[in-house]
Design a binder for this molecule. Structure first.
Ligand code: G3I
Length: 331
């Protein structure tokens, strides 16, 4: 199949999207990369891999930089693609002015509120959705340590959504608010903890529209199709949407391009995408965490690992690409 987003659109109101680390990296000026990216048949959604994060958008306290985010939004809008804006409150990629100070809970809460509300207000519904809090949970289901949790306590999580909701209501626009994390792709302690966070937001009448299941996997070690269906169904049963937000399937060691390895990887991609199709309406999109191995985040994060994406490092489609097409069309 030639175009994965065309297929996804044909299968319903599903999108097929990608992360892009634009602007500020070699992707921005790579004509071969851009030829694939800038095609709504290929992608109906873009997630900025970095440029909307805290350290880039508020480099000094209350001094905001929207230039990079604007560039990415302009690019997406030129091709009719939606943007999942990413992210507002996370442990990583904070500015030194945030991490290098001993804040009181009150002062840091004010910092968080200002950051959340300024970004939501500025970009309005050019953002289809915001990942309000990113990766709050540890694998045991407790909140992870972060400057937000350690300073404010568990209430930081609920306050973040309350502040986001206030800003969305001020805009009068339809902007979805998401929780985004990894390790929610199969049933388990962490996934149950995420269900409980959603339920707690709902019981407090705080806006939560969906949960992003990152889906960063290792070849040959992904949850089964049935497990991925069950985990998604648990979120849908709460009356919210789910999306696959950061899908990739990495090899934990070379070689990355053997026929048998690529066949296993293709099956792993198939199962993840098929689980989204199988739960039906409510799983509203699939985003890969960039589409070619040359620009994957994996090798710089995990020495010796790679080959995670659906195009290889010379932008040739891998079996995983075709497997996604088959999962979408039900072939
Ligand atoms: O901008 C600097 C550049 O000036 C410098 O020369 C270069 C040298 O290391 O680093 C550049 O910054 C890098 C940044 O990406 C921008 O490309 C950082 O080192 C690098 O650590 C950072 O990695 C990002 C990572 O988040 C940070 O945790 C990845 O690109 C990004 O793909 C990744 O994305 C996360 C999601 O936000 C949340 N879920 C997991 C996912 C993968 O880790």
């Amino acid at each position: 199949p030639p175009y994965l987003n065309s297929l996804a659109q044909g299968a319903g109101k599903l999108w097929f999207g990608t992360a892009a680390d634009i602007p500020g990296t070699a992707e921005q000026t790579d004509p071969d990369y851009l030829r694939i990216l800038e095609n709504p048949g290929n992608f109906g959604e873009i997630t900025p891999a970095n440029i909307m994060k805290f350290m880039y958008t508020e480099p000094e306290q209350n001094v905001f930089n929207f230039t990079g985010g604007d560039y990415l939004l302009d690019l997406a809008e030129r091709y009719g693609m939606r943007v999942r804006c990413h992210n507002l409150v996370w442990v990583s990629q904070l500015s030194p002015w945030v991490t290098d100070v001993n804040w009181t809970a009150e002062a840091l809460t004010a910092v968080m509120k200002n950051h959340i509300q300024t970004l939501i207000t500025h970009w309005g519904d050019r953002c289809y959705s915001w990942d309000v809090v990113n990766e709050a949970l540890a694998s045991d289901g407790n909140f992870s340590s972060s400057i937000w949790y350690d300073t404010i306590g568990p209430e930081y999580f609920f306050l973040a959504y309350q502040f986001a909701q206030e800003a969305v209501e001020q805009t009068g626009k339809d902007i979805k608010l998401y929780y985004n994390d990894y390790g929610l792709e199969n049933p388990g302690v962490k996934t149950t903890a995420a269900y409980n966070l959603v339920k707690e937001l709902q019981s407090r009448r705080i806006k939560i529209d969906g949960v992003g299941l990152e889906s960063h996997f290792e070849v040959g070690a992904t949850p089964s199709l049935a497990q991925q269906v069950a985990a998604k169904q648990g979120f849908l049963d709460l009356g919210i949407d789910v999306a696959i937000t950061e899908l990739d399937v990495r090899f934990t060691s070379a070689p990355y391009y053997t026929a048998s390895g690529e066949a296993t990887q293709a099956q792993n991609y198939y199962d993840s995408v098929a689980s989204c199709i199988e739960v039906g309406r409510g799983c509203i999109g699939i985003t890969v965490w960039d589409f070619d191995d040359a620009y994957s985040w994996v090798p710089s994060a995990f020495a010796g690992q790679g080959g995670a994406d659906i195009y290889n490092d010379t932008l040739q489609r891998k079996p995983a690409f075709y497997a996604i097409g088959e999962a979408i069309t039900g072939v």
